[in-house]
Ligand binder design. Structure first.
Ligand code: ZN
Ligand code: ZN
Length: 221
């Protein structure tokens, strides 16, 4: 069996809302993916060009405006296939011609490497975190930030689903996994799941009641 290579992940902060985008590249084939192309697509594409990579895929964590503000430009420029949760498909389709759903636990191949879709409802019903088993990386969008987590008061938000996502789904990943959040809201741009489970109040609040108290939202009945 040939070994699956770790993908290279380049983080870039863009726009005025402290958004993080990523460029993910396969070191052996030069195939690449963009994650949540929002603002300043030209800076993302500069990273791609400098490395001599070819973008074939765009991965979305979800379709809130600040994560898809550059999707139309990025999709048109690269011709890439956009992958997102089925519940986010219609919104993504407004910005890109080629949009395909991804299933929970499905591997999306980027050259010889892969990123696995982890369905992570709570912030929105169709949030996806992207996990690289070989890269030991987790791109969380607005699900988990360094030291905090995404809001659960949006349309379609569900605090109960968020607790399950954070505790059970993210909690089952290896603790050395590096966290790449969707916004630069923490003390550091990235962190590890181990650090987060010890220090992040959103993860330390491990019951629905404790989580809702932390987020200052009513406990759903
Ligand atoms: Zn969001
Ligand atoms: Zn956001």
């Amino acid at each position: 069996m040939s070994e699956v290579p770790a993908l290279e992940i380049v983080q870039l902060e863009v726009g005025l809302l402290q958004n993080f985008c990523e460029v993910i590249g396969c070191p052996t084939t030069g195939k690449a993916a963009l994650v949540d192309p929002a603002f300043e697509v030209d800076r993302l594409m500069k990273i791609v060009r400098e490395r001599g990579w070819t973008v074939e895929t765009i991965l979305l964590t979800h379709t809130h405006d600040d994560h898809v503000a550059g999707l139309d430009e990025a999709a048109a420029e690269t011709g890439a296939v956009v992958r997102c949760h089925p519940l986010e498909l219609e919104a993504a389709g407004q910005f890109a011609a080629r949009v395909e759903p991804v299933g929970d636990g499905e591997d999306v191949w980027i050259g010889g490497g892969r990123m696995r879709a982890i369905w992570a409802p709570g912030h929105t019903p169709g949030c996806v975190c992207w996990y690289g088993p070989e890269s030991e990386a987790l791109i969380t969008g607005d699900v988990l930030f360094v030291g905090s987590c995404g809001g659960v008061s949006y349309q379609g938000s569900d605090p109960k689903a968020m607790v399950d996502t954070l505790q059970r789904k993210l909690g089952s990943l290896p603790e050395q996994t590096r966290l790449y959040p969707g916004h630069d809201y923490g003390k550091t741009p990235t962190s590890t799941l181990m650090w987060e489970f010890v220090n992040n109040p959103a993860l330390r609040a491990d019951t629905l009641e404790a989580f809702c108290a932390y987020k200052r939202v009513a406990v759903p009945t």
